[in-house]
Design a protein around this ligand. Structure first.
Ligand code: CA
Length: 388
């Protein structure tokens, strides 16, 4: 079998309401799908992390840079293809957009592998440790409104996410140390003492500000403090991890086994959050997972994007060994963005129906069981939202 084409589809629409996190506000939802076709009629789907204009740049890398390197190759030679592309791109970027682009291509190759083998991805990567995974709902985004409005809205949203059946919730911060502590207190009050909540700073703090917020989170018994500081600041991560009781989580902006090696050897995080659509795809994710577990660091995948990314992650979470293991191990959770996203809810011919599953299965969702990713994007839907 030979690869005959690699195409990127960038989908976009205007959000009904602007959303924000500590770095920016955004008004459009976008997603970047990769489609690989073969001379035997099989098609594989993947997804690249990166919204908006980043997706447009990544599309150029996928179609103009990576495609010519691998046209005509056997799609089953995933590992050889990965190393061929990485080696040729090494001089031009060992992190960031080249790896995001390669990730979507690699995921599509794994989807093809599953379709050729007629097996679901979860079985190809080691099989099921669990047949369902708990889901945490994140929301509580920043908006152009004052702190009091944020506090009131975060309380409502936190309570709504808990009522919807999610196993835990995650909030954004980024208004400033004092206001962020108020927001976290409001969320703890809204969900009660026994419900896990997490705080995502998207690296907006200095180490000293992060410590200030972190001590408050220790008092509130938050489950984790995500990306408190810049991903390059390994020393800062180590300091926070040493001084705070709350788990330090991070790694969504880290790439490949070589980047993760520094984060893990430096003992920078309590919880590792590799993003499969950015880290280098499934092939590289599996190496990062092994490396994380070699350092006794639990992994909770970072998940963002369309139903293709969610399906990919469901398979990987099903096949993840418990760390450290036990009669009642802490299970890896699926990250789920509860904000408006048609590409999550309506892209597939047979939707994953995450929200409905969460509501009726006590916060758990099942693993797709079709070959490969086990999902089929709706081509009419893609046509309708394609911008390129
Ligand atoms: Ca995050």
């Amino acid at each position: 079998m030979k690869i005959t084409s690699i195409k990127s589809h960038i989908l976009q629409y205007d959000l009904p309401k602007e959303l924000g996190y500590s770095q920016q506000y955004y008004a459009k939802r976008s997603t970047h799908l990769v489609e690989i076709t073969t001379d035997e009629g099989l098609t594989g789907w993947g997804e690249c992390f990166g919204p908006g204009n980043v997706a447009i740049a990544n599309k150029t890398i996928v179609e103009q840079v990576i495609q010519p390197m691998i046209l005509g190759k056997d799609p089953l030679d995933r590992e050889a293809i990965w190393h061929h592309v990485y080696n040729l791109l090494r001089d031009h970027g060992q992190k960031g957009m080249p790896l995001q682009a390669l990730s979507g291509v690699d995921i599509a190759l794994w989807d093809l592998f599953g379709k050729i083998a007629n097996l679901p991805l979860s079985k190809l990567v080691g099989g099921h440790f669990r047949d369902k995974v708990p889901v945490y709902g994140y929301g509580m985004m920043l908006c152009r409104e004052d702190t009091n409005s944020h506090v009131a809205r975060f309380k409502d949203e936190a309570a709504a996410i808990k009522d919807a059946g999610f196993a835990a919730t995650k909030m954004k911060v980024g208004l400033g140390v004092k206001d962020d502590i108020r927001l976290a207190e409001a969320v703890r009050e809204a969900v009660g003492d026994d419900f896990p909540f997490m705080v995502d700073a998207n690296h907006c703090y200095t180490t000293s500000d992060a410590l200030h917020v972190g001590y408050a989170l220790d008092e509130l018994n938050a489950y984790w403090f995500e990306e408190p500081i810049a991903p390059e600041d390994y020393e800062g991560y180590r300091e926070l991890r040493n001084k705070l009781k709350t788990n330090i989580a991070g790694g969504e902006a880290e790439f490949t086994r070589w980047g993760w090696r520094h984060l893990l050897e430096g003992r920078c995080v309590d919880i590792a959050q590799p993003e499969v659509c950015a880290v280098g795809g499934i092939s590289e994710y599996l190496k990062v997972l092994a490396l994380a577990h070699a350092h006794f660091t639990p992994v909770v995948n970072h998940v963002w994007g369309s139903a293709v990314a969610i399906a990919t992650n469901l398979h990987l979470l099903a096949a993840m060994p418990p760390m450290p293991g036990g009669l009642f191990p802490r299970e890896p959770m699926l990250e789920f963005d509860t904000t408006h996203n048609l590409f999550r809810d309506e892209l597939l011919l047979e939707p994953l129906n995450i929200q409905a599953q969460v509501a009726t299965n006590s916060g758990y969702v099942s693993i797709p069981d079709g070959p490969g990713l086990g999902v089929e994007p709706d081509r009419d839907f893609i046509k309708k939202f394609r911008i390129n």
